[in-house]
Design a protein around this ligand. Structure first.
Ligand code: TSJ
Length: 667
C-alpha cells in the first residue's frame, strides 16, 4: 500500500508540471481518486473524443448525455416524466421522476453510486440494470463527461424520503453528498453550466435543436412525457423560443410517421406498424406511403439516430421488396418474370425503424451506421412476415401500394428512355452549350462562376455588368417546373431545366458527376422579395433533389442584392438591410440634421443598371454571397414538401420566414 501511494504521488508530480487541474490535488488522494482525475482530465484534454466536438454540436450533446440516463430509467420502467429546461445564463436543468440515483455507500469503493456516476469515466453501465444500456457512438458516455466539461454541476436526488445534494466544478467535488431536507417524491435533478473554457465557439443553446432531439426521444419511447422549456429572458421576444413544449406520443413511432407525413397525402389510411424480438434484440417499425416520389427512412439503434443506415435498414429494404413482389405474383398482377425494384417499392414511402440491442456496433465515418448483422436477420424476418399478413388482410391498401410501385417502375423505365433520347437529340453530351447561356472565357471550373438570373432586364444588366473572364450568366424566366411533383423523365426534357443541366455539365440524379461540373460557384440571383424567395426555393428544390452533391460540397450560393438606395446631392450609397439604411442615412446626414436624403427602395434587380449591379451584387471585392448548406435532409424534405404541397398558407408563411431549417446562411 505504501509503495502504491508513492508511485501515485510521482504520477501527480509529473502531471502537475503542465496541468493546473492536478495542482489542486492534495496528498491524501488515494489510487482510485487519481484514476478518477486522470479519466476526467482526459475528457478535458480531448473533449472531442467524448462528445464529438466542442462546437455547438458538442454543447448540445451534453444535454443528450444527461437525458439519456433518465431515458434509461424510463426504459427500465421507473420513470414517466422528464423535464428539460434552458435556464437564464444557458444553464441546463434536467429532472426526472425515476427512482433517483442510488446514494448508499458501496462497500468496495467506500463511495456512493452517485459520486461514482459523476466522477468515474464510463460509470454509466456498471451498476443497476433493467432496460437496454445504450452504448451507441457518442451517446451514453455518461454523466462524468458532462461533469468534467461543466464549470459547475449540481445534483439533487430525492430518494428514501430525503433530498441528497452534491456539487462539482470541472469534475472536482466541491460539496460532498449531504442531506438537505425531506421529500415525499423520488427522482433525480441535475443542473449544470457548460464550461466556457471548453466551449469556446459558443455556450448559447438553440431551443429548436434540443426540441428536435427531445421530440425524437418522445416518439421513440411511447407514452413517456418529455417537457422542454426555454426560460431565458433574452428569448422572450423570439417566437422560436420563449416557449414550452410537452412532448408525449402514446402511439410512439406510428405518430412519428404521421408527423413526418404532415403536408403529404397518404395513399392508405393507417400507419402500418410491426414489432418483434429475438434473443436480446428487438425491432419495431412504422410505415406509410404517400403520393410523393421521395423516400424517407429514419432509423435508430438504441434511440441513437443512424443517418447512414446499416443492417436494420438493409434488412427492411430487402424484405419490403420481397413482400411486395411476392404479393404481386400471388395476385397475378406481376406476371411471369415481371418484378418491381427496391427503389420502386420505396417511392413515396415514409418509414421509421427503431431497434434495441445489447451490444450495438456503430460503423462508418461518422459512427452513424449500424453494423450488427443479426439485426438484419431480425428485421428481415419481421417485415417479411408482418407485411405479408398486412397485405393479405388489407386489400385496398395493398392495391394502392402495389400500384404505386408499378407506376414508379414504369416511370423509371420511361425516364431511362427519355434520358437516352435527350442525350442523343440535345447537347447534353455533345458539349454544345445552350443558346441562353452567356459563357465566360475561363475554362478552369474552380475559377468560374455562373449567375442564374431571373427575368429579362436583370439578365441584361448582369450580362453587361459582369466580368466576362470568369462570370457566366444564365437567364431563366417564366414559372419554373415544380420539381417536387415531377419525375426524372420530365426533368430532362423540361425546357426550363434542360439548359441549366447542360450549362452545369454534371448531369443529374444517379448519373450526376461532380468532376464534370463547369462552375464551382453557382449563384442564384433573384429579387429580395417573396417572389424572389419562391424562385430561389424552386431552384434549391431542384438542386436538392437532382444535384444534391452541389449543396453538400458548398457550390451553391445566393447573391445578396441591396434593398435601398440613398442619395444626398451627388452622393449615392446602398444599404442591404433596414439597420444599415438607418446607419448610412445618419452618416450621410452628418452634422447637418436638415440635409435632404432621398431613400429609394430597389423594387427589383431589373431596376439596376449594369454598373449598379456589378458594384453592389457581382463584384467579388465588394459583394456578399450566402453559401447554401443542407443541415438535415429529413427536415429539408419536410420543408420542401411544405413549400410544394397543396396548402398555400404554410407555404407563404415559410417563404416569408425564409429558409430557416433548410439553409444555413453564412457568408
Ligand atoms: F446522468 C446523470 F447521472 F446525471 C443522471 C441520472 C441525470 C438524470 C437527470 C437522471 C439520472 C437518473 C438515474 N435517473 N434515474 C436514474 N436511476 C438510477 O440511476 C438507478 C436507480 C435505482 C437503481 C436500482 O437498481 O435500484 C438503479 C439505477 C440505475
Amino acid at each position: 500500500m505504501e509503495n502504491e501511494n508513492r508511485e501515485n504521488e510521482e504520477i501527480l508530480e509529473i502531471e502537475a508540471v503542465d496541468d493546473d487541474i492536478t495542482s489542486a490535488v492534495s496528498e491524501e488522494y488515494d489510487a482510485s481518486q487519481i484514476q478518477v482525475l486522470e479519466g476526467l482530465e482526459a475528457v478535458r484534454k480531448r473533449p472531442g473524443m467524448y462528445i464529438g466536438s466542442t462546437s455547438a454540436s458538442g454543447l448540445h450533446h451534453l444535454v443528450y448525455e444527461i437525458v439519456d440516463n433518465s431515458i434509461d430509467e424510463a426504459l427500465a420502467g421507473y420513470c414517466t416524466h422528464i423535464e428539460v429546461a434552458i435556464e437564464p445564463g444557458n444553464i441546463i436543468s434536467v429532472r426526472d421522476n425515476g427512482r433517483g440515483i442510488p446514494v448508499d455507500i458501496q462497500e468496495q469503493t467506500g463511495k456512493s453510486a452517485l459520486e461514482v456516476v459523476f466522477t468515474v469515466l464510463h460509470a454509466g453501465g456498471k451498476f443497476g440494470g433493467g432496460g437496454y444500456k445504450v452504448s451507441g457512438g457518442l451517446h451514453g458516455v455518461g454523466a462524468s463527461v458532462v461533469n468534467a466539461l461543466s464549470e459547475w454541476l449540481e445534483v439533487e436526488v430525492h430518494k428514501n424520503g430525503k433530498i441528497h445534494q452534491m456539487k462539482f466544478s470541472r469534475g472536482f467535488i466541491t460539496q460532498e453528498m449531504k442531506i438537505i431536507g425531506d421529500t415525499d417524491i423520488s427522482g433525480t435533478f441535475v443542473r449544470f453550466k457548460p464550461d466556457p473554457e471548453m466551449f469556446t465557439d459558443t455556450t448559447v443553446y438553440d431551443y429548436s435543436v434540443l426540441h428536435k432531439r427531445m421530440q425524437e426521444e418522445a416518439f421513440l419511447n411511447a407514452g413517456l412525457t418529455i417537457t422542454i422549456e426555454d426560460r431565458r429572458p433574452e428569448s422572450a421576444h423570439l417566437d422560436e423560443s420563449d416557449r414550452k413544449d410537452i412532448l408525449c406520443y402514446e402511439g410512439g413511432i406510428r405518430e412519428f410517421v404521421t408527423f413526418l407525413n404532415n403536408n403529404k397525402n397518404p395513399i392508405h389510411e393507417d400507419v402500418i406498424y410491426m414489432s418483434g424480438k429475438k434473443d436480446d434484440a428487438m425491432a419495431e417499425l412504422a410505415m406509410q406511403y404517400t403520393d410523393t416520389y421521395s423516400e424517407v427512412i429514419v432509423s435508430f439503434a438504441n434511440n441513437v439516430h443512424t443517418p447512414e443506415g446499416g443492417m436494420h435498414e438493409d434488412g427492411f429494404k430487402r424484405a419490403l421488396t420481397n413482400a411486395i413482389n411476392k404479393y404481386g405474383k400471388k395476385m397475378n398482377i406481376l406476371k411471369g418474370d415481371d418484378k418491381v425494384s427496391g427503389e420502386d417499392c420505396r417511392e413515396g414511402l415514409t418509414c421509421v425503424i427503431s431497434v434495441k440491442l445489447l451490444d450495438a456496433q456503430f460503423e462508418g465515418q461518422t459512427k452513424a451506421k449500424l453494423g450488427n448483422s443479426e439485426v438484419r436477420t431480425l428485421v428481415n424476418a419481421l417485415v417479411n412476415e408482418a407485411l405479408e399478413s398486412y397485405l393479405e388482410e388489407n386489400p385496398a391498401a395493398a392495391k394502392a401500394i402495389l400500384d404505386k410501385a408499378l407506376t414508379a417502375n414504369r416511370a423509371r423505365e420511361a425516364a431511362r428512355k427519355a434520358r437516352e433520347n435527350v442525350r442523343r437529340s440535345t447537347a447534353l453530351e455533345s458539349g454544345q452549350m445552350p443558346d441562353k447561356l452567356q459563357d465566360c472565357n475561363e475554362r478552369d471550373p474552380s475559377l468560374c462562376e455562373v449567375y442564374i438570373v431571373e427575368g429579362d432586364s436583370a439578365a441584361g444588366s448582369a450580362i453587361q455588368g459582369r466580368d466576362s473572364r470568369f462570370q457566366a450568366i444564365l437567364p431563366m424566366w417564366g414559372k419554373m417546373l415544380n420539381v417536387e411533383k415531377a419525375r426524372a423523365d420530365k426533368i430532362y426534357s423540361n425546357e426550363k431545366l434542360s439548359p441549366l443541366i447542360v450549362a452545369l455539365g454534371a448531369g443529374i440524379g444517379d448519373e450526376f458527376n461532380l468532376e464534370k461540373l463547369r462552375y464551382h460557384k453557382i449563384i442564384i440571383m433573384s429579387d429580395a422579395d417573396v417572389d424572389g424567395a419562391h424562385i430561389r426555393t424552386l431552384l434549391l428544390t431542384f438542386f436538392f433533389r437532382y444535384m444534391r452533391p452541389l449543396i453538400e460540397n458548398g457550390y451553391i450560393y445566393c447573391a445578396v442584392p441591396p434593398l435601398y438606395k440613398l442619395t444626398r446631392g451627388k452622393t449615392t450609397r446602398v444599404a442591404y438591410s433596414d439597420d444599415e439604411r438607418d446607419a448610412i442615412s445618419a452618416e450621410m446626414r452628418g452634422e447637418n440634421q436638415k440635409a435632404e436624403i432621398t431613400i429609394n427602395r430597389f423594387k427589383g434587380l431589373g431596376e439596376m443598371d449594369a454598373h449598379e449591379l456589378w458594384d453592389t451584387t457581382m463584384d467579388p471585392e465588394t459583394r456578399t454571397l450566402r453559401r447554401v448548406t443542407l443541415s438535415d435532409a429529413v427536415a429539408a424534405d419536410a420543408v420542401f414538401n411544405l413549400l410544394m404541397g397543396e396548402e398555400v398558407d404554410p407555404r407563404r408563411e415559410w417563404i416569408e420566414d425564409n429558409a430557416k431549417y433548410v439553409i444555413n446562411l453564412d457568408i
